[in-house]
Design a protein around this ligand. Structure first.
Ligand SMILES: Cc1cc2nc3c(=O)[nH]c(=O)nc-3n(C[C@H](O)[C@H](O)[C@H](O)COP(=O)(O)O)c2cc1C
Length: 109
């Protein structure tokens, strides 16, 4: 399961087992069943509460994948920036794709 975007509110609900909607409950079930849960947050700056909630879900088995695009591959459009994150999500699920290229040190030159 991928929550994208995952607000800090949804993060807090999942981190504390305080399910108030179907997304929270489904995420709670993914964790209790030991299945993959990827949370794509976008928030900055981060408070100690956000950080504690991130630690909590990480310890419970979730993958934290902040929507934090790289710029080393010289994105030319918003699509490129979005695809960078989508590629990372697919990688974390172990799905093959051609959206982004694997890391190559030459791409920074
Ligand atoms: C235009 C807009 C952008 C927002 N962007 C974010 C964001 O990037 N990260 C975040 O944690 N909350 C963001 N929020 C706040 C959440 O939408 C708000 O906390 C909401 O209650 C989250 O509910 P949900 O988790 O059920 O989607 C944004 C709100 C608005 C109106």
């Amino acid at each position: 399961m991928v929550v994208i975007p995952c607000s800090t509110k949804t993060l807090a609900a999942i981190a504390n087992g305080f399910s108030q909607n179907l997304i929270h409950r489904a995420a709670e079930c993914m964790l209790k069943e030991g299945k993959k849960l990827v949370l794509v947050m976008r928030e900055t700056p981060l408070s100690l509460i956000h950080l504690n909630n991130m630690v909590q879900v990480k310890q419970a088995g979730a993958v934290l994948l902040p929507a934090s695009p790289g710029f080393y591959y010289n994105p030319k459009s918003i699509d490129d920036v979005v695809n960078f994150i989508v590629g990372k999500v697919l990688n974390s699920l172990g799905l093959k794709h051609k959206i982004t290229k694997p890391w190559d040190p030459d791409m920074t030159k």
